[in-house]
Design a protein around this ligand. Structure first.
Ligand SMILES: Nc1ncnc2c1ncn2[C@@H]1O[C@H](COP(=O)(O)OP(=O)(O)OP(=O)(O)O)[C@@H](O)[C@H]1O
Ligand SMILES: NCC(=O)N[C@@H]1O[C@H](COP(=O)([O-])[O-])[C@@H](O)[C@H]1O
Ligand SMILES: [Mg+2]
Length: 391
């Protein structure tokens, strides 16, 4: 009856768009996350609620639903269980090795810099406040301190003084995921811009999407746009490095490979072996979009072309406080930002509760240039208001 059974580990906004693509192709979707009502669960055939770091619960879900593919959607997953499941013949996307290495910044950074020789910022790992201060002295200030296990900027600080470094270590450990109090201390890169290079590993070889530019605040993305105008040499180098790391990690699927661009140089930062948040712009900018590409690569289906429809952008809609009783206003005004030739679209993720800076939705816009697409996406996002009930 179904083309394949797919199990998502993590069921946020990226999983929901992936799930929509999968449902359109007639797949059966099992959505798993730590809370009920997660975005991808809203469209799934079945769902399971458990912590993805709980190996026993993960195995039980797999044995119950017998997916053809296990598809990680978030970083923090019990990778030891994933590796065992892969060893027993279950298929993990793109591969248990890729998920294991990229879940932790220490794994992927050492692999990229030492084993593959990619260009990265200077870095050290530290497991105490004093070690972090010593590492920052070696690397120089300012430096960036992040938990080795975290995402979307959680626990991240730019430290300008030695005193900041001590505080940043405590902050990172307090905001990490998992149970290893380890941080990366990284040279602060004075970049001209940063990009995500969506790279697809298919059964027929590697494909690239046009580069996506993005702006980050507090370690999380605010706007992304495609195509990003970067020097030809930097793009060439980014492609070369992406190919190398994606081939080394193995398996089939899409990867979001992040680079800082400085002059002609592309400096590797990190990568996600799955669709990337900044890649939500592809929902309006290209066909197939990043979710459809991931699906086709996983299922071994052909990808004859990746067409850029036109310069486009996405802008995030964030909550500003914690609440479980709220509603949305301004959707009509937001969509009215669109105009002939410059479509504007919206996704509201319908997460059941808000948190300060939690991403609740995203606007999408296409226009005559990436700059004007960003302006329209930002204008539309500004018109969507989250109203907190009772306040
Ligand atoms: N060494 C650095 N120098 C300058 N800026 C940095 C550095 N490291 C991180 N940043 C800034 O912080 C952002 C988030 O960092 P990074 O991608 O490592 O974190 P993350 O928590 O994994 O984010 P996400 O999960 O959203 O990709 C970067 O995109 C960049 O803007
Ligand atoms: N940078 C990674 C990223 O954007 N991941 C996306 O955010 C969701 C978690 O959101 P939440 O923290 O609001 O639950 C994840 O499930 C994924 O879709
Ligand atoms: Mg990142």
């Amino acid at each position: 009856m179904y083309l394949a059974t797919l199990m998502l580990l993590g069921s946020g906004e990226l999983g929901r768009e992936f799930g929509i693509a999968a449902k359109r192709l007639g797949c059966r979707l099992i959505a798993c996350d730590r809370y009920a009502g997660a975005p991808a669960m809203q469209i799934a055939d079945a769902s399971e609620v458990f912590a993805m770091l709980d190996g026993a619960a993960l195995r039980a879900a797999v044995e119950k639903h017998k997916p053809d593919f296990i598809i990680p959607e978030i970083e923090a997953i019990d990778t030891a269980t994933l590796a065992q499941l892969e060893g027993e013949g279950w298929r993990v996307v793109p591969s248990a090795k890729a998920v294991q290495l990229t879940m932790n910044r220490d794994g992927i950074r050492d692999f990229a810099a030492r084993e593959l020789g990619l260009v990265t910022s200077k870095y050290r790992f530290s497991e105490s406040r004093d070690e972090a201060i010593a590492a920052a002295e070696e690397i120089g200030l300012p430096c960036v301190i992040k938990p080795v296990m975290s995402s979307s900027g959680k626990g991240q600080t730019v430290a300008k003084t030695a005193q900041d470094v001590g505080k940043a270590y405590g902050y990172a450990v307090a905001n990490m995921r998992g149970d290893r109090p380890r941080v990366i201390v990284e040279e602060f890169v004075e970049f001209d811009s940063e990009i995500t290079l969506l790279t697809i590993a298919t059964k027929d070889g590697i494909l690239f999407c046009p580069p996506i530019g993005h702006r980050q605040e507090a370690g999380d993305y605010r706007e992304s746009w495609q195509p990003a105008g970067i020097p030809r040499e930097a793009l060439h180098s980014a492609r070369h490095q992406s190919r190398k790391v994606v081939e080394a990690l193995g398996g089939h699927g899409i990867f979001g490979v992040e680079f800082f661009v400085r002059g002609d140089q592309a400096i590797f930062s990190e990568l996600s072996p799955r669709p990337h948040d900044t890649g939500m712009v592809t929902l309006i900018s290209q066909a197939p979009n990043e979710f459809e590409l991931h699906l086709r690569a996983i299922l071994g289906l052909p990808i004859p072309s990746i067409e850029l429809i036109g310069p486009s952008a996405s802008a995030v809609i964030l909550a500003d406080r914690e609440s479980d009783s709220f509603h949305y206003e301004g959707v009509e005004e937001a969509l009215a930002v669109g105009a002939p030739g410059s479509p504007v679209d919206l996704r509201i993720f319908a997460k059941p509760n808000t948190l300060k800076n939690r991403r609740m939705g995203v606007t999408l816009a296409r226009a005559e240039s990436a700059e004007s697409a960003v302006a329209r996406a930002v204008a539309a996002a500004g018109r969507v208001r989250i109203r907190y009930d009772g306040k």
